[in-house]
Ligand binder design. Structure first.
Ligand code: ADP
Ligand code: MG
Length: 223
């Protein structure tokens, strides 16, 4: 039997602006999963950048951050959910559909996915109104409405980034704090932030708000 996952879902600002939260929650529901945490969050840049830290060097990074910040929808709120259940990570990803909504709309296996139904894409514009082209490719903004963690390590990091322990139903909290997994993601991220000389680590790399200093101490003690 596969293990139960705790995974992060975000309904991005356009989902709230267009009043799609009900439809999206209906579409995400499955008998194998339950909601272990849910809240509406006012997103600031630190949180958005910490969430998409792995994409920092990508040409679409800045517009993707602005999208999560709600700058295209005059709404700085995101709905964050933690889903718990067998294969929850994969189940959610399938219900969301491919990253690019245009691909989702043309993929026969994804036609009923959230991104196929409600997503759209737009070319990113330069200040003079022309299309932004980087390395010969037009940069697009994917209005894809939802985020879902892509693996157990990312899920752990992301649940901890968006939720406090007390936000998560008690029985499921154990899942994220289980021995052996607890600091793995955090250590990697502290290291990568440090190597990049990036101050974001101080604010975000907190295994449930543990100060980065303390995490470093623990890493040293572990040898
Ligand atoms: P997913 O959200 O499906 O996990 P990724 O983790 O690859 O996808 O990317 C994170 C987010 O960055 C996407 O949801 C999307 O908003 C944006 N993004 C990813 N790839 C591209 C791309 N090639 N062009 C524009 N935006 C992208
Ligand atoms: Mg992803």
């Amino acid at each position: 039997m596969s293990e139960k996952d705790l995974t992060l879902v975000l309904i991005k600002p356009d989902g709230l602006t267009h009043s799609l939260t009900g439809d999206i929650l209906t579409q995400l529901s499955a008998p194998s999963m339950e909601i272990a945490g849910a809240k509406v969050v006012s997103v600031d840049r630190d949180l958005a950048e910490a969430h998409y830290w792995e994409h920092k060097e990508k040409p679409y990074f800045e517009t993707t951050i602005r999208y999560l910040l709600g700058e295209y929808h005059s709404n700085h709120r995101v709905m964050a959910l933690a889903y718990y259940g067998e294969d929850a990570i994969a189940t959610i990803r399938k219900k969301m559909g491919p990253t690019n909504p245009l691909v989702a709309k043309h993929d026969p296996a994804a036609l009923t996915s959230i991104r196929a139904k409600y997503g759209s894409i737009e070319p990113v514009k330069n200040d003079d109104g022309s299309d932004m082209i980087i390395n010969g490719s037009t940069v697009f903004l994917f209005f894809n409405l939802v985020h879902g963690s892509d693996g157990p390590q990312t899920a752990e990091y992301e649940v901890k980034l968006w939720f406090q322990p007390e936000d998560i139903a008690e029985a499921k909290r154990v899942q994220v704090a289980k021995p052996g997994s607890r600091f793995e993601t955090v250590e990697r991220i502290v290291r990568e932030f440090d190597q990049a000389g990036n101050q974001l680590g101080e604010k975000t790399v907190l295994a449930w708000k543990k100060p980065a200093e303390q995490v470093r101490e623990e890493m040293k003690n572990k040898g």
